[in-house]
Design a protein around this ligand. Structure first.
Ligand SMILES: C[S@@+](CC[C@H](N)C(=O)[O-])C[C@H]1O[C@@H](n2cnc3c(N)ncnc32)[C@H](O)[C@@H]1O
Length: 390
């Protein structure tokens, strides 16, 4: 009897142990299964599952820390030395050369990724080369607010070029002035472009030239310097921003922007990660009519990191998203010019009427041209064109 009881207790003990072991096993399995499914779900563009071609395999929070983009008026004045009319016309020429199934309207519906102050889009509308519905998106709400204020339109919206599905399709996408170097996922970017283009439509990407990339690699790239000067009236008519650092800009003030942009150090480029430390420093000095200094401040210093994308990566990546690389060349997109707003008005004439903020005033640019009015073709900007396969 006593032996039977002992046997019975040992049996119950054994059953309890087996059941406990099974519980632990299922719990562990359940936990690892949950973890697995959770990590398989993309949470943000940087977390999305990566294909072989997605080389952006690490998190790049610093890409969004370019402080110059938080002061859009300063960014805008700093880069206004470009010839936006010529650039917009060149962009439509590229469309004419490469897009398939073009209609007879000679106008295109454009989506610009990283549109910043929005000058290409507003200039395009002003030149009557864009179809209604052309828009610009930018991840920085301050840039979007500034672009809307400057153009007095709702043509601009907040959006991420690496995770964009605006549900509309466009004839062309524009990605200008190395904006691609801010992408946190090449896959995400290519998917956004592919979703946004109509079949036969093209995406124009302006990126670092192959010569630049070589110079980054061997440490010989140097920052570029330039100076832009406006009188108070020109400044406010272009930016529509009367206040600068709490100081009201008066008509006879002189606003001078001295800029330097380029690799932070000779070893600023990391070949393993293709990351480049860039410095952009814009010093703004405002003098009143007596010459007294009202503002003297550096903006956007220590501009942050950029991911240098090379053309081979782009070509390989776009195949996966139903696109093909149809053009890649070092060629001028417009160019810097010894800019005088009077000259621009004269050349483009009535086309400029009705464009808010374009062609007014008379900004002076030093250090980018040879002589007054002379146009300098910028041949160190690399243009790639991706076409959506029909
Ligand atoms: C070099 S600026 C170019 C602005 C304008 N396209 C031009 O040509 O002057 C780059 C712009 O891209 C924006 N940007 C950065 N990352 C972005 C992203 N993931 N999606 C959309 N815009 C982004 C920045 O806020 C900035 O306005």
């Amino acid at each position: 009897m006593k032996r039977d009881l002992l046997k019975y207790i040992s049996l119950v003990y054994l059953v309890v142990i087996i059941l406990a072991a099974q519980c632990v096993q299922s719990f562990t399995f359940l936990r690892s299964y949950l973890r697995l499914t959770r990590t398989n779900q993309p949470r943000s563009p940087t977390d999305r599952p990566r294909s072989e071609t997605d080389v952006f395999d690490f998190h790049l929070p610093s890409l969004h820390s370019h402080r110059i983009y938080d002061t859009p008026a300063i960014y805008d004045m700093n880069f206004i030395i470009r010839d936006f009319e010529e650039e917009a016309l060149f962009l439509t020429e590229i469309y004419g050369d490469h897009a398939q199934n073009q209609d007879s309207s000679m106008k295109i519906k454009v989506l610009e990724f990283g549109s910043g102050p929005g000058r290409h889009i507003t200039t395009g509308y002003g030149l009557n080369i864009l179809k209604p519905g052309s828009i610009g998106i930018d991840s920085n709400p301050k840039m979007v607010e500034y672009a809307k204020m400057r153009s007095e339109t709702n043509t601009f919206d907040v959006g991420d070029m690496c995770d964009y599905d605006g549900k509309n399709t466009f004839d062309a996408c524009w990605v200008l002035l190395n904006t691609l170097a801010h992408a946190t996922s090449l896959d995400g970017f290519l998917e956004s472009v592919s979703k946004s283009l109509r079949p036969g439509g093209v995406c124009v990407v302006e990126m670092f030239s192959s010569e630049d990339v070589e110079r980054f690699k061997d440490g010989t790239a140097e920052p570029e310097d330039w100076i832009v000067e406006f009188d108070g009236e020109e400044y406010t008519s272009l930016t529509k921003t009367e206040e600068l650092e709490g100081h009201k800009i008066q008509e006879d003030d002189v606003v001078t922007l001295s800029s330097s942009y380029g690799p932070a150090r000779p070893d600023a480029y990391d070949s393993k990660t293709s990351m480049l430390d860039i410095d952009l420093e814009v010093k703004v000095v405002v003098n009143d009519k007596r010459g007294d200094v009202k503002v003297d401040k550096v903006f956007g210093e220590g501009a942050g990191k950029m991911r240098v994308v090379e053309v081979e990566e782009l070509a390989k990546g776009c195949e996966e998203y139903g696109m093909e690389l149809v053009r890649d060349a070092n060629e001028g997109l417009g160019g810097w010019r010894e800019l005088s707003w009077e000259n621009v008005e004269e050349e483009v004439g009535e086309d400029l009427e009705g464009i808010e903020g374009e062609g007014e005033g008379g900004g002076e640019v030093e250090g980018k041209g040879e002589e007054e009015g002379e146009e300098q073709v910028n041949d160190d900007r690399w243009i790639c064109v991706l076409r959506k396969i029909i």
